[in-house]
Design a protein around this ligand. Sequence first.
Ligand code: USQ
Length: 382
Amino acid sequence: MRILIAGIDGYLGWSLACYLGEQGHRLAGIDNGLRRTMVDEIGSTSAVPIKTLHERRLAWEHRFGRKLHTYTYDLTTESSVSRVIAFFKPEAIVHLGEIPSAPYSMIPGNEWPVQQNNLGATWSLMNAIRHHAPDCHLVKLGSMGEYGTPDGPIPEASSKDFPRQPGSFYHASKVHGTVNLALAADVWGLSSTDIMQGVVFGTTLIDYIDDPVLATRLDFDECFGTAINRFVCQAVIGHPLTIYGAGGQTRGYLPLADSMRCIELLLQNPPYLGEHRVVNQFAEVHSIKDLARTVARLTGAEVKHYENPRREAEAHQYDPVSGILAGLGYTPSTTVDDEVSRMVEALTPHQTCIAAYESVLIPCRRWDGTNRRSEPLIGVTS
Ligand code: USQ
């Protein structure tokens, strides 16, 4: 299949390029390096060293023996995106090219630029498909966080059929994307799969891709690092695991390799023309407290509760339904326990790098707009 990856240089984008490369697909990618710029801007780095997109492309072509077209374009520039789509003529586009961070979107001044970037990128892709590749399947990464934490089951449903309750301007941008995809399906006949993905974790992609030039990034700072990835980076340098607040916050989690497998299944089984298909994508549901206990049990790390910088429920029901991927044959390939053990092994060689950026492990960016390090909560234990 001819597949365009929007956001090919990110944690998921580069993983997907390698995964689909291994499956024999013809690929192209667009990325303006924004993820690298933003992580630099907040004073952090990837725990796993990564190469430039140019070096990655050369290594990819060497390994898979065919061309990888990459374009350093801003996805919000519709004329550039249209040119790529008109030239490459993708059968499917996987859109991973949005700013992925709730905390980053709540930093004063970032609220609108995050929405502008995320809405603009999706808009360019939708409109370019409409004019240059109307049969192309758009697979867009949404977020389980679009639903918020409602009482009762969370179905695989569009915004028309189930309310959205985003808890950050980032999550709100994903909701707006969902609304636009649903409308484009109705009025333009656009075919899309809107993935409500949980929190992805892990370093393992495909065991036999061991070339360090092909490694994907792994962030551990408060904005771009996500729960399990941060905990393992903390554990390998002997830093306490940072539970925000009471720790009852519950989410769906998905190993990196399974995220790739799920996207592959969705590509192989497209929706009908004009369908906006909403898919809940996660493997296991856990509270943050339980995850910290798991990482602590496997590594001997200390667990600490800190003031929660976010405004979010710390004890709530969470009952997401996931039937579409199971129906397509997805079963989790690993468990949190096994993947955490593999991550400890993969990240231990990068202890020095993580320790050099230790200051980014305690959160400072607060939902109320202030910038102050969270203090440990005295007397709260897991
Ligand atoms: N948390 C901690 N300690 C930490 C980091 C996070 O207690 O050191 C808590 C947070 O307060 C939150 C939960 O863990 O309750 C998850 O936080 P996260 O930073 O791992 O994930 P989140 O901000 O929800 O966003 C991430 C990705 C986003 C994706 C989303 C899926 O950054 O791109 O859309 O996961 S979901 O969480 O289902 O909305």
